[in-house]
Design a protein around this ligand. Structure first.
Ligand code: HEM
Length: 400
């Protein structure tokens, strides 16, 4: 009797020397086994969904639960049976999810975010002033530019004192790390929750003109409990700066690599940012879903109780939707078709904000510092392979 072949591991290794390419195996899977079983680092098996159409169908399917969201499948220390907290917008389903989403979505509409554009431009300018005044004409673009700008914006919007950033930036990094032990993850979560509980209590007494104060005061006959406020606040704070900071730094590196495309990026930043979002797909391990009913995905029968990974980075390289998908091309038709922000009921709340931050950061940077270059050999750069959101750890740059 021959043993059944072992379930292959979820592909998690990018090709050598190609930091922007998703794992090579995805291309073959899209062709030959678009929805196939893999063993995840968290220990469970899941259906890996690699084609664009199937990824969108899974994410749009209301019978798919987000209880494991967003990417715990890549954390070897994940606890998959944990109860979903009532404030966890990203993990709740159905009416409970819609109730929370409704409470925050108005703050992130195109109109609301456009009103913040001038503020973002001011931050870009002041950070460039400080960076360019540095002795030696070198800087770490991550610490000096890419991280503080989205952190300051989300702090301003939520009403979190930026002076407290050492209390949330480190903990956020632990929460999106796949290397952190369960204890480290729990400690970071508890520390951040404790900090936010203190902040919400202070705002109850002394409300300000910010989203956290509004969440407390506009509950009407359906107020949020302190636990809901804290967990929702934590999701917004972590999601609001980690993702965008990584996108700003990685996009800068891509534009340094493609000087020929920089003029297009400066002339049409909206278009360029959409392509960068597609090309980089920084939510690098996809998003996890749990089938609550039997369902067909492509040609596969998925059973209730099985896990699925919607591979956003694979979907965004699907040639049937994006011709020459591995090429960065700022002239694509319908540049917004990508799924870098997810799709369906949980599609990113902060996407308009991220767009404005990226547009302003990239155009501000390359207009003001057209001779920006890497200050170290390319191969010395280290990338975040062990985090839910991909990025570059440091980006030493020089000018002049
Ligand atoms: C380039 C930057 C960003 C990327 C690539 C990104 C990506 C994503 C993705 C893929 C999801 C879907 C998760 C799922 O379906 O399970 C998501 C959800 C979410 N994002 Fe973002 N995001 C970004 C920036 C932001 C910002 C600036 C905020 C600001 C608050 C934010 C807040 C959220 C929230 C609250 C959710 C959960 C929405 C829900 O479950 O209904 N994100 N994001």
């Amino acid at each position: 009797m021959t043993a059944a072949p072992a379930t292959p591991a979820l592909p998690t290794t990018r090709p050598d020397g190609c930091p922007f390419e998703p794992p090579e195996k995805y291309a073959t899977l899209r062709e030959t086994a678009p929805t196939s079983k893999v063993r995840c680092p968290a220990g469970m098996d899941a259906w890996l969904v690699t084609r664009y159409a199937d990824v969108r169908a899974v994410l749009a399917d209301r019978t798919m639960s987000s209880r494991g969201a967003s990417s715990v499948h890549v954390n070897p220390n994940a606890d998959l049976d944990i109860d979903v907290s009532p404030g966890s917008i990203i993990q709740l389903d159905g009416a409970a999810h819609a109730r929370l989403r409704k409470k925050v979505i108005a703050e992130f509409t195109v109109r609301r975010v456009e009103a913040l554009r001038g503020y973002v431009q001011g931050l870009v300018k002041s950070h460039l002033d400080a960076m360019l005044a540095k002795p030696g004409r070198t800087a770490d673009l991550v610490q000096d530019f890419a991280l503080p700008i989205p952190s300051l914006v989300i702090c301003e919007l939520l009403g979190v004192p930026y002076a407290d950033r050492s209390r949330f930036q480190r903990q956020s990094a632990t929460l999106v790390s796949t290397d952190a032990t369960r204890e480290e993850g729990e400690q970071a979560y508890d520390a951040l929750s404790g900090y936010l509980a203190g902040l919400f209590t202070a705002k109850e007494r002394n409300p300000q003109d910010d989203l956290f104060s509004k969440l407390i005061s506009t509950g009407g006959d359906d107020p949020l409990t302190m636990e809901e406020l804290v967990v929702l606040g934590l999701s917004l704070l972590v999601a609001g700066h980690e993702t965008t900071a990584n996108m700003i730094a990685l996009s800068t590196l891509v534009l340094l690599d493609h000087p020929d495309q920089r003029d297009v990026a400066l002339a049409e930043p909206e278009r360029a940012v959409e392509e960068l979002l597609r090309y980089l797909s920084v939510v690098q391990w996809g998003v996890l879903r749990y089938a609550t009913e039997d369902v067909r995905v492509g040609s596969r029968e998925v059973r209730a109780g099985e896990w699925l990974v919607a591979a956003l980075n694979s979907a965004n390289r699907d040639e049937s939707v994006f011709p020459a998908a591995d090429k960065l091309d700022f002239h694509r038709e319908q540049p917004r078709t990508h799924v870098a922000f997810g799709f369906g009921a949980h599609q990113c709340v902060g996407q308009q904000l991220a767009r404005v931050e990226l547009q302003e950061a990239l155009t501000g940077l390359f207009r003001r510092v057209p001779d920006l270059r890497l200050a170290v050999p390319r191969e010395e750069l280290e990338y975040k392979h062990n985090t839910l959101v991909y990025g570059v750890r440091e980006l030493p740059v020089a000018w002049g």
